[in-house]
Ligand binder design. Sequence first.
Ligand code: UD2
Length: 320
Amino acid sequence: MKKIVVTGGAGFIGSMLVRKLLERDAGEIHVIDNLSSGKESNLAEVASQIKLHVSDIRNYEEIAPLLAGAQTVYHLAAIPSVPRSIFEPVPSHQVNVDGCFNVFRAAHAGRVGRVIYAASSSAYGDTPVLPKTESMAPNPKSPYAVQKLMGEYYASVFYACFGLETVSLRFFNVYGPRQDPNSPYSGVLSIFNRCLLDRKPPTIFGDGEQTRDFTYVEDVAELCIKAASAGRSVCGRVFNAGNGNRYSLNQVWELLQEIEGVRIPAQYGPPREGDVRDSQADTKLAVEELGHAPRFSLEEGLRLTLAWYRQSVLEAPTRV
Ligand code: UD2
């Protein structure tokens, strides 16, 4: 049976990817996760169908045998968050750069078929032109953006120099079920959902007119799988993994209130350091070369996400 590895597979994106792989009966699924932000509970109902290795990508000796012989490695393990990389640059560098290098090195040594790397839209920084196309020069504004960009460069160089097949997908503000809203570094939509259910105002950093290409987690997981089977012409390259739209934070909070039928004016705080102003993916390349076909509008995705948070609030003894 084919071996498939998902690093960060207990995280919110990774655990959706695992479910999508299981739906396809893609092979024997191995998850590598140190459970720092990932949770076993994210894999609860599929736990018996996968192998979870609680292991850290910073430990080469430990992960190398786990990757060896895999047909595909989806490398999603990372310490996300722009602000976290500013407040605590060392751990995020160690995981996002050194750990990432370990994954590529181990994949090469273990003759892995292909590595799909979770890159980030943050690589673009502030560009004068929207939407952002892959041919634009990167312009990282935070340590996190630099680290994720470094991973792309390694992905490309491991293909060019060592023949390891790699594809980098620049994720654009992914949201959806299982995104943890409980850290100060949590993705904004997880925080908005929690505030909505708690009937509390969110704090928007800046004027709320910054825009993001919010992308539903299922669309991203599907694209990862498509990238794994695309022809060799995609190897060593970078593709936008976005929805192709952009909404301001003010618009999104407005939409969430409409969906829920409540009025809770947001509070506003100072702008966040390292923040990109506007982000929107040009999806043409991913559509044409990887078969990207995002299915979820923001409203659909938000409704599904909100329903999931509501359910987990009702089921959990304490707030999610
Ligand atoms: C970046 C990347 C994204 C992904 C992510 C991983 C960009 C454009 N996007 O997301 O692709 O790699 O990093 O962490 O670089 N905000 C509030 N209130 C809050 C929390 C956030 O107003 O309570 C604002 C924040 O200032 C920002 C926006 O919401 O303007 C989105 O923030 P985020 O942390 O959800 O994601 P972002 O854009 O840094």
